[in-house]
Design a protein around this ligand. Structure first.
Ligand code: PLP
Length: 408
């Protein structure tokens, strides 16, 4: 059969992250800093087992197993809203919809807002799932240059892009302001305010993707852009993948009524509603067990891993590797010195069985970040972090020496 695929599939690529993940999981001796996964000890197995047993005996099967409302289990929606107010200081009158992972929030947002050929501005390095969601509807992801040292998009460049858009093809600005993937950076408050003002001036929607926001290890939280939203232009998405379990596929999206109604319609076509078993499980966890204690446990666990990884990186040759210290989240992004031969570096790393994500995989246009690597610190053990970072240092030294040798 000669399949004639739709044009919208042209720009979409299988994620090298996912493909490698499959391969990697089969090779147990590999030390992987590659994927944004939680470790086994992050899963609250005893609590989940207890809740699971309880809901099968105590919850009405018409709630647990029947078709349900697209916007989600009412009790869970109420609990998420309360949590946003009390824990995340995000208080407003807008409703939320439960979605099948925050990836789906982005998918439905693009679906309801973008025509083919419309533009979605993204940070130059960003989450590949969002880029695919944009391409999936024939919209165009366009990179906004970053000022990595300042942990932000370059505000002048952003304004220039918005100012030049005389045909109003820019519909949305997709941002991961807190503990960015892959950079680990967080946009400072003043810049968040400036970004919001620009979005207002040029009348574009902001999609604030915040799956890592709860995982703060140091300092005070920075107010979310959604908190500044006085005219309903920020779509805010959260996720339970990183604070409960990715397989629950539970996330949520907060948006003004007019927008949310359209997003509900879009989701209805896609999967009717998110899995009610897990929605009931989570509601029970949040209502009758100490969910915040669990999140605190994760924060302590990951803080130790982050500290270990940074200590390892700080012990390597500082003229060859640098990074911006994250205060939360899942990732550290490192810049290797331009003198390092990256092809050799990856070769040495592979021989030593260490896996990292090359910067260009996370770059919107697939280039410009050849000397960057993303390291995940949540999934590996402390011992793996110590051994893996030492091996990384050796690969850097060898790749640098090789370059000198070649040049002479
Ligand atoms: C920025 C960002 N958004 C969304 C996701 C996906 O979240 P979910 O599992 O809720 O779809 C990730 C995941 O890894 C991410 O890094």
């Amino acid at each position: 059969m000669n399949y004639r695929f739709a044009n919208r599939m042209l720009g979409m690529q299988t994620s090298p992250l996912r493909e490698n993940a499959k391969k990697n999981m089969e090779e147990s001796e590999v030390i992987s800093f590659a994927y944004g996964f939680p470790p086994t000890e992050a899963f609250p197995m005893a609590t989940l087992q207890e809740i699971s047993q309880k809901i099968y005996t105590e919850v009405d099967p018409q709630i647990l197993l029947q078709y349900g409302a697209t916007e989600g289990y009412p009790l869970l929606r109420k609990l998420i809203k309360e949590r946003l107010e009390t824990i995340n200081a995000l208080k407003n009158d807008e409703e939320i919809m439960v979605v099948s992972g925050s990836t789906q929030a982005m998918d439905v947002a693009v679906k309801v807002l973008c025509n083919e050929g419309d533009i979605v501005l993204c940070e130059e390095m960003t989450f590949s799932g969002a880029v695919n969601a944009i391409k999936g509807y024939g919209a165009i992801p366009k990179e906004v240059p970053m000022n990595i040292e300042e942990e932000s998009v370059d505000l002048e460049a952003l304004e220039e892009l918005l100012r030049m858009d005389s045909n109003h093809r820019i519909k949305m600005l997709y941002l991961i302001p807190t503990f960015q993937n892959p950079l680990g950076t967080s946009i400072p408050l003043e810049k968040r305010k400036a970004i919001y003002q620009l979005s207002k001036k040029y009348d574009v929607v902001i999609f604030e993707d915040d799956p890592y926001g709860d995982l703060l290890y140091e300092g005070d939280p920075i107010p979310k852009i959604k908190e500044m939203d006085t005219d309903g232009r920020v779509i805010y998405a959260g996720s339970f993948s990183k604070i409960l379990a990715p397989s629950t596929r539970l996330g949520f999206v907060m948006a003004p009524d007019e927008l949310l109604e359209k997003m509900i319609l879009a989701k209805q076509v896609s999967d009717s509603h998110s899995n009610f078993y897990w929605q009931v499980m989570l509601a029970e966890f949040m209502q009758h067990h100490n969910f915040e204690e669990h999140v605190d446990f994760l924060k302590a666990l990951y803080k130790e891993k982050l500290t270990t990884m940074m200590a390892g990186l700080d012990s390597l040759a500082q003229d060859k590797i640098s990074y911006i210290k994250p205060t939360g989240g899942y990732f550290i992004c490192c810049k290797l010195d331009n003198s390092i031969d990256m092809e050799n570096f990856y070769q040495f790393l592979e021989e030593d069985k260490v896996v990292v994500i090359p910067g260009n995989i996370m770059s919107v246009n697939g280039k410009g970040y050849e000397h960057y690597i993303r390291l995940n610190f949540t999934k590996p053990t402390i011992e793996e972090i110590e051994i893996g970072i030492a091996r990384l240092g050796t690969a850097i030294e060898k790749a640098a020496v090789k370059e000198v040798y070649r040049a002479s």
